[in-house]
Design a protein around this ligand. Structure first.
Ligand code: COA
Length: 464
């Protein structure tokens, strides 16, 4: 049985920090954010919002748009790394909120869990729910997979310039209008690592940014190797001489902690894939140098990052490589459109990859590309660490979904925060009733209880 994504909805908080304001306040060159990282704005949550609210708002949007009733939904998963409870799953809060709109106990028949593995858990949730449908367990019902996060880093840390927030809700069924997942090719890699983690009770993560970036690329490459093996052995893809698996994937969506990470990761994968092919000689001629090799090619990530001479040469080589017409063609055709939303919204952790997919659909459609039958590849990465590589094919009825996509309209009117407002929100100095914006037709946080017997209980309302 086929299964995949029928529709997508997003919810993005309407407050944002402008990259220039951020750079000025932190004494940075604005060009570093805009050109170096590809960041223009970072969405920030209001004082009456949490990740469950972002998820519930995205769910409500997709249900209302598709005129779904709770009876149409068999599973509701929420994937997040911004969890605020060690036991109570975030989807239970979301169901509580949705039942304020649809009626008490209307989701009682539904199942689901909160999933966690940094930014990759949404991909595992999609895979598990796709298989629930493929196995014939769904009894005609749909699954809702919601990826929702608030990417918040310590004040003054190097991660602070890669913040953001938002949720993406994906409706899965056995006759999807948008994308059918390719069967039997989903591939993973996993390794115990400390590149990015958030110990119990800490609101912000501990991050080793450069280490994490390199680990991300290595782990995705490993998952891609497994994907390639499966794609060939199942007959999904036939790789000819002077071809790579990437030649058979029309669009590539990468995990985007910031927009330019997609460009960096694609360049890494393409270099790895092309290295064995006759076309690589031509590329090297254009760059005018051999590919640099670390002092200790079998070394650790630390030894590679510590090899300053190699890092400088490799940085230079990558810059030259990404300027070659060969790479530019791949970048423009397969990746560029997926990066646009990220630069306007920022880091969404679990939701970043899927905001990128949503972005790619909208901006490729605007270029009047016929997307039917195109194969879309996904390179998902979660720190700690695990990667997942999988793919799907765009379906004949995709236009019903994609022609209505309008990122700016869906985000709604945004408000640029002053630096003082940003700092107050970051330091959690405002209570929910001191929110910057008054929500309409959205869920909002009213109160979090502090009494011993009910500590942590959250009270939400739907505002008419
Ligand atoms: N003008 C133009 N570009 C500039 C610049 C300037 N003045 N200054 C720096 N840059 C470029 C750098 O060359 C670099 O580009 P490259 O990636 O192509 O090499 C980019 O801007 C970033 O600069 P860098 O010095 O590497 O940034 P940093 O070390 O201060 O921090 C991160 C960048 C991304 C590592 C950091 O913000 C971070 O850790 N973020 C968190 C990411 C995360 O959460 N990862 C885990 C999950 S995947």
């Amino acid at each position: 049985m086929a299964a995949g994504i029928d529709d997508i909805a997003i919810y993005i908080p309407k407050l944002y920090v402008d990259a220039t304001d951020f750079a000025v306040a932190r004494g940075l060159d604005p060009v570093k954010l805009q050109k170096g990282l590809g960041i223009s704005q970072m969405a920030i949550v209001d004082a009456n919002q949490d990740p469950a609210i972002l998820a519930a708002n995205a769910c409500l949007k997709i249900m209302q748009k598709n005129k779904l009733s709770p009876d149409d939904i068999g599973r509701l998963y929420v994937s997040t790394e911004s969890s605020f409870d060690e036991s109570k799953a975030m989807n239970s809060y979301v169901i509580g909120m949705l039942e304020q709109v649809y009626g008490q106990d209307t989701f009682e028949h539904c199942g689901g869990v909160e999933t966690k593995f940094a930014c990759v858990s949404g991909s595992y949730a999609l895979y598990d729910n796709t298989n629930w449908i493929r196995a014939g367990e769904a009894e005609g019902k749909c699954a809702l997979v919601v990826v929702s996060d608030i990417a918040k880093y310590d004040m003054g840390s190097s991660g602070e310039m890669t913040q953001g927030a938002g949720a993406v809700a994906m409706l899965l069924n056995d006759d999807p209008r948008l994308l059918v997942f390719d069967p039997k090719v989903t591939s993973t890699s996993i390794k115990d690592e400390y590149d990015f983690y958030r110990p119990f009770g800490k609101e912000t993560p501990i991050v080793h940014g450069q280490y994490s970036n390199l680990l991300y690329m290595i782990q995705v490459r490993k998952a891609l190797e497994a994907y390639k093996r499966k794609a060939v052995s199942t007959g999904l893809i036939k790789i000819g001489a002077d071809e790579t698996v990437l030649d058979h994937v029309d669009y590539i969506n990468m995990h985007l902690p910031y927009s330019n990470m997609g460009r960096k990761a694609l360049a890494y994968l393409v270099r790895h894939e092309w290295r064995q092919l006759p076309r690589w000689k031509k590329v090297l001629q254009k760059i005018g140098s051999e590919e640099p090799v670390p002092n200790d090619p079998q070394g650790t990530i630390e030894s590679v990052l510590g090899d300053e001479e190699f890092m400088t040469k490799d940085h230079e080589f990558t810059k030259m490589f990404t300027k070659t017409p060969e790479y530019q063609e791949v970048y423009e055709a397969k990746l560029a459109s997926s990066l646009i939303a990220s630069s306007m919204i920022g880091n969404l952790y679990t939701a970043s990859l899927y905001l990128g997919f949503r972005s790619s659909l909208e901006f490729e459609f605007q270029k009047r590309v016929d997307l039917e039958g195109k194969r879309v590849g996904f390179g998902s990465y979660g720190s700690g660490s695990s990667a997942m590589v999988f793919s799907g094919v765009i379906q004949p009825r995709y236009k019903e979904i994609v022609e209505g996509m309008d990122l700016e309209a869906e985000i709604g009117k945004r408000r640029r925060l002053t630096w003082d407002e940003y700092e107050k929100l970051h330091e959690n100095k405002l209570s929910p009733d001191e929110s910057m914006l008054q929500p309409t037709k959205e869920f909002a946080l009213v109160h979090v209880k502090t009494e011993t017997e009910s500590r942590g209980e959250r009270h939400y309302i739907f505002t008419e």
